[in-house]
Design a protein around this ligand. Structure first.
Ligand code: 1SD
Ligand code: ZN
Length: 263
């Protein structure tokens, strides 16, 4: 969607020059604190089709900022979708793609922080409101997108569910490399075991053009990734540099409220 932008501190300051929306009042990511969150008796988040294999073909792409799993553009039925939770009643959001943000070092990488913790990686599953025909239309409406945020936590053993993605990262080492994935993936296998507890707030894309159209749903429970798996993300290249620390600096919450659903 956006042209060139960089993640180094001095680059992030220049985003707003080319992308005015990045200076808005509802920007993401933010630091989330369970203390300051408002508990709501929200219904569960319904995840439909999350246990089915994503329809093939799937594409894995290095876009220079991240690595993205895209679903095919035609045959856009039978894609997983979500509703319920903190989402407006009767609004359904269909999966569009997923991507990752990670650090060069283990003490950073996630975009959101939770109770003072910055995780080494965060995955975003981007969903588009079904009333909008495509992503660019959705970007013009404040109920356009829902992004599920999933934190990763380091552990010794591999997370086997990630193999279908990580085994192919060497094939997309360079910017704009794209391959067709011959493996199948279910979104459910990439979610934490417990999705009952989540945080939700109104924010923006964390990349230019920073549109304030995202209802964020951040799961409290992280999923796991091994050191060697994370290191494979760190070998991806944007051309001159390795891709890492592709997370945006924290944005002001301002008067916004963060809601938490508990059991
Ligand atoms: O960084 C992504 C960007 O690549 C694009 O996927 C956009 C919407 O499609 O979303 C942002 S983010 O806010 O999900 N990080
Ligand atoms: Zn993202």
């Amino acid at each position: 969607i956006a042209g060139h932008f960089g993640y180094r501190k001095r680059d992030q300051h220049t985003w707003v020059r080319n992308f005015k929306l990045c200076d808005g009042k509802l920007q993401s990511p933010i630091s989330i604190s369970s203390f300051k969150s408002i508990t709501l008796p929200l219904p569960a988040l319904e995840i439909i089709g999350y246990h089915d294999f994503l329809p093939s073909p799937l594409y894995l792409k290095n876009n220079g900022h991240s690595v993205v799993v895209n679903v095919s553009n035609h045959l856009r039925k039978r894609l997983p979708y979500i509703f319920g939770g903190s989402l407006d009643i009767n609004q359904e959001y269909e999966m569009d793609h997923l991507h990752f943000h990670w650090g060069a070092k283990n003490n950073r990488g996630s975009e959101h922080m939770l109770n003072g913790i910055r995780y080494p990686m965060e995955m975003h599953i981007v969903h588009r409101n079904r009333i909008y025909s495509n992503l660019s239309n959705a970007l013009n409406h404040k109920n356009g997108l829902v992004v599920l945020g999933i934190f990763f936590q380091l552990q010794e053993e591999d997370n086997e569910s990630l193999h279908s993605i990580i085994n192919h990262l060497t094939s997309v080492q360079w910017i704009n490399n794209e391959i067709k994935l011959n493996t199948s993936i279910t979104l459910a296998s990439l979610l934490p075991k417990n999705t009952d507890v989540f945080y939700s707030y109104k924010g923006s894309l964390t990349t230019p053009p920073c549109n304030e159209v995202v209802t964020w749903i951040i799961f409290s429970m992280p999923v796991s990734i091994s050191f060697s798996q994370l290191n494979k993300f760190r070998l991806l290249s944007s051309g001159n540099n390795l891709i890492a620390d592709n997370y945006r600096k924290l944005q002001n919450i301002g008067p916004r409220k963060v809601y938490i659903r508990k059991l």
